[in-house]
Design a protein around this ligand. Structure first.
Ligand code: AMP
Length: 265
């Protein structure tokens, strides 16, 4: 076995509709174990898939880039209206104009794809005007090839659990948000899930950290998605898309985990 790293992706679907997905970056000797874990995960969802596909890509002799996870700050806003108001404020602090933030919120609320469905990937938006820049607005851009290094994974899981954040979505979203925040030309990201039972969302950037809101939408709402705000003055769109889709990232360090009151924001 060589010293290469491998990207392993799982996608589970039923009747050609997405059920679940997950991905890892591992060294060669961990491929078998990781594939087995991902297959179990794909099969273990409430809605039994009729297809689970696994893709393994050899990343060659390029070492994954090591990043430190963003700091996690939870803001316990009392409801989604207050949460959204504070999220807009944090976006502004990260350099996103009100116009762009409002456009993103409107798109995510109604379904950001032109068909008004949820997208598979993220919108890429000009941070000043809110203009959408992703080449395929129906699909968006999906960030891939990111994972936690084993030691960092154990440490972040413990830290998140100690702070009442043991949901696997927080662990995975923090890794994704850390990769996105380090993208060339990226100012900030806004996200909330399309899962109707999961109301949490976040704003993330290198300057603000991963700012999490337990309630950013109403329970039962099945619309959600991600907006990546970029600075048009420095953006090279092709470079950013290549980074998001192809550059392998292993998160090797963790930050802090704190709580702030809505009144402090
Ligand atoms: P989730 O947090 O998994 O519920 O995803 C919410 C939304 O974020 C999805 O509907 C997609 O629009 C978007 N999304 C999910 N995963 C990714 C990804 N890896 N890269 C970019 N956007 C994503």
């Amino acid at each position: 076995m060589n010293n290469n790293y491998y990207s392993i992706r799982m996608h589970a679907s039923r009747l050609n509709r997405h059920v679940s997905g997950a991905e890892r970056i591992v060294s060669g000797e961990k491929i078998d174990k990781t594939v087995s874990e991902l297959v179990s995960r794909g099969m273990g969802k409430g809605c039994t898939p009729d297809r689970v596909s696994i893709t393994i890509d050899d990343l060659g002799n390029v070492r994954p880039r090591a990043l430190k996870a963003l700091d996690v700050i939870t803001i316990n806003a009392p409801d989604s209206f207050k949460g959204m108001a504070i999220a807009s404020l944090i976006l502004k602090r990260a350099g996103v104009a009100d116009l762009a933030a409002n456009q993103a919120v409107n798109f995510l609320k109604k379904g950001a794809a032109p068909s008004t469905g949820n997208m598979r990937g993220a919108m890429i938006m000009d941070c000043k005007t809110g203009k959408r820049l992703e080449p395929d607005p129906e699909r968006g851009i999906r960030a891939s090839r990111f994972d936690w290094r084993e030691e960092a994974s154990s440490r972040i899981k413990k830290m998140l659990a100690d702070n009442g954040l043991s949901h696997f979505r927080t662990y995975e979203a923090l890794a994704l948000a850390t990769k996105i925040a380090h993208g060339p030309g990226v100012k900030a990201e806004l996200c909330w899930s399309d899962d109707p039972d999961y109301t949490a969302g976040y704003v993330a950037s290198l300057t603000t950290g991963y700012v999490r809101f337990p309630v950013l939408k109403e329970k039962g709402d099945n619309k959600g998605g991600r907006a990546i705000f970029v600075d048009p003055a420095v953006l090279n769109l092709d470079l950013l898309i290549h980074y998001l889709q192809n550059e392998a990232i292993l998160i090797s360090g963790i930050g802090t985990c704190t709580t702030a009151s809505a009144a402090d924001c």
